[in-house]
Design a protein around this ligand. Sequence first.
Ligand code: CDP
Ligand code: CDP
Length: 218
Amino acid sequence: NSHIPVITIDGPTASGKGTVAARVADRLGYHLLDSGALYRLTALSAMRAGVALDDEQGVAALAQELPASFSNGDIFLAGEEVGALIRAEEVGNNASKIAAIPSVRQALYALQLGFRKAPGLVADGRDMGTVIFPNARLKVFLTASVEARAERRYKQLIGKGISANMEGLLADLQARDERDTHRTVAPLVPAEGAYILDTSDMTVDEAVEQVLHWHTLL
Ligand code: CDP
Ligand code: CDP
């Protein structure tokens, strides 16, 4: 299925990858892979099963058998809808810890390749363009200043009625950036040939239009 077009959208936390990827997939009628959700589901599984986050074999075994399914924007773990649950900052932070384990990344590899189906795929994460789909047709690296990203997360949380504190969010974001950028496996770096889009001063619509514009050039 290597002829099926893939658009990869990688970037740091709260850069807007998820939002932009979903909108681009919708506009093109493509499938969507939210790869971060797979790491979040694995983290949630470990938390629930009482498997320690540094138990590499234990966590990898959960990832290998991950009972994940996706349908119309809903995310299921063993049949239970957990879309809102896995968005919690605690799950995100734990996801970033288990994502540094090579055997966990290996366990999720084949599952991710399976999302490449006709007519095309938009995949968002950290290593979509570098490791999972190195032969993607279009690669985008979405970024924004850490302040802009913290503000976006803040608004997202407040919008959901969750209390948040800006300083705590900034610190969490910086810790996550640090872990994701400096780990030895699949670190967060722009893929070769990736278009870099700094969205600090852009709206979601503008970012979506830019990605669609690059897509038409290919
Ligand atoms: O939305 P946000 O960027 O905060 O997180 P996410 O994309 O849902 O990913 C959660 C965590 O999973 C990240 O902090 C990464 O450490 C990890 N991840 C990864 O390592 N590789 C991916 N392709 C996607 C996510
Ligand atoms: O997936 P990632 O963690 O990169 O970000 P997200 O979950 O898509 O969240 C980004 C938030 O910032 C959403 O609430 C967007 O509406 C907002 N936003 C954006 O994504 N892009 C902009 N250019 C401006 C705001």
